[in-house]
Each structure stands twice: as C-alpha cells, then as structure tokens.
Write a protein that binds this ligand. Structure first.
Ligand code: PAF
Length: 254
C-alpha cells in the first residue's frame, strides 16, 4: 500500500514514529511524470532498503524559465498507479508553501561546477536543485538517495553537497535509461511530436561518435536542432540542445 502524504507536518510525525524504527530508508526525489528511468531508481531503492520514499515536487526554484515551469508535464494519477504497482511505501507530494516556508530566502549556492555546462545557460538552476535536495534529505533522512546519470552534472553536485554538509546519506547512481533507438528517457520527451522523437535520436548518436565537438554542433544544427553546448570534460561528452521548444540534455562516456 502506497501512503500518500501532502502535508509536511504529517510527514514529520510519521518519520519520527515507530514505523521507521530500525528501518533503512531509500529516497527517490522526482518531479513526477514518472518513466522507466525513475522506476529503475525506485526498484533499486526497494531492493536496497526496508522503506522507500518517493517525492514528487515540481520545484519552481530550479526553472530559470517560467514557460518551461508552466509546461512541465504533470501526470500525478498515472504516477501514483505506477508507485502502487511497485508497492512503494510512501509518496511525499508537498506544496510550495510547505517546502519553502522562507519563500526561498535561504538557498544553497555552489560556486564552481554549477557555473559550467547547464549552469552557464540556466542561471540559478543548480541553486534551486541543491536547495530542494537538501530540504528533502533533511525531511526524509534517508540512508540512501537515488539519482540517474542522465543528469550527470546534477549527480556530481549532489555528491558534493552531501560531502560539504556532512549529510549521512549515500548517493546511489544508476546509468541512463534509453529507448531502444538510444534516446535518453526524460519527462520532457512527453512534449515531443512523433517526428521530433525520431529526429531526437541523432543527438545521443552524435555525442557518442568520434566527431569533434564543433563537427557535432554543425551536424546537429543542419538537422534542425538549436545547440546550446557540446563539451567534453575528462572522458565524458556533455550536450544540451533544443528541438522546437523542448530542451534535452545528455552525456556519454567516450
Ligand atoms: O532530477 C530531478 O528530477 C530534479 O532535479 C530533482 C533532483 C528531483 C530536484 O527537484
């Protein structure tokens, strides 16, 4: 039975109760519109912990573009039935007012990794991500928290957050889940037309190719993508592109 909790006061009381006594806890933070990549994280948490808590909170502070926030897909009914099927213990689905009693006057700011790649093009994005993740870690107090490698920069920043603030949670990461054609699963894919979905496959394909970053950029532009960045750091190539008004990010080990 999945227990759905919306109010943080209720949640805090349950978290302190005997239900959690001597139990290991896994946290899977999400913004909903759950797909197979989320489900892989949830299954891993169920495997590794006594209790699994999934959070669904479309976090406004991590959207630097209000239109993108407004257009973010919300599929709470479908999400809940997926969670019930997996027998997830708790769904925490809080309000903005509960999560931000300070109206975002307090925030976590990282000054190095958060300023490059996506951070360069989405000012304030990672402040919002790190702030909400810190709040969720404090609220759920999990032994383990689960994140996908598709958001590799986010993953590395969250690992840094946990280390910097002595948070007693192990960050567990899982590889990017892709369609059989190679497109990384993302909630934003719901906003693609069938034609765009076919075209979108060119993006991960080109990232994994042996072409230079510049060649990849011009190839993708010719195919109708708007390219934000293609960059290599160590042995990983990162990219962000748009098809229409849908933004994709991806990264591959090379
Ligand atoms: O990756 C996401 O879905 C979000 O950035 C997260 C980690 C749930 C924070 O809002």
């Amino acid at each position: 039975m999945t227990k759905v909790i919306k109010e943080l006061n209720k949640w805090k009381a349950i978290r302190k109760s005997d239900v959690f006594l001597n139990k290991t806890v896994g946290l899977v933070p999400t913004m909903g519109a759950l797909h197979d990549a989320h489900l892989a994280l949830i299954k891993k948490s169920i495997q590794q912990n006594d209790i699994t808590v999934v959070t669904i909170f479309v976090n406004p502070t991590q959207f630097n573009n209000q239109k993108d926030f407004k257009n973010y897909p919300i599929t709470i009914k479908e999400d809940l039935s997926k969670l019930k099927k997996l027998n997830v213990d708790f769904l925490l689905n809080p309000s903005y007012e509960d999560i931000y009693p300070d109206n975002y006057e307090y925030k976590v700011v990282e000054s190095n990794l958060s300023k490059i790649l996506c951070g360069k093009f989405r000012p304030g994005h990672f402040d919002g991500v790190l702030t909400v993740v810190l709040k969720l870690l404090n609220l759920v107090k999990p032994d383990r928290a689960y994140f996908g490698e598709k958001d590799y920069q986010q993953l590395k920043l969250i690992e840094g957050l946990v280390k910097a603030f002595f948070i007693d949670t192990k960050i567990v990461s899982l590889p990017t889940v892709r369609t059989k054609e190679g497109l990384a699963l993302s909630s934003r894919n719901l906003r693609l037309s069938e034609e765009q979905k076919i075209k979108a496959v060119e993006f991960p394909k080109s990232l994994a190719s042996s072409l230079s970053n510049d060649k990849i950029k011009s190839l993708l532009r010719k195919k109708g993508f708007k390219v934000e960045y293609i960059e290599q750091i160590d042995n990983r190539r990162f990219g962000a592109v748009y098809l229409g008004n849908v933004r994709f990010i991806d990264n591959v080990k090379i």
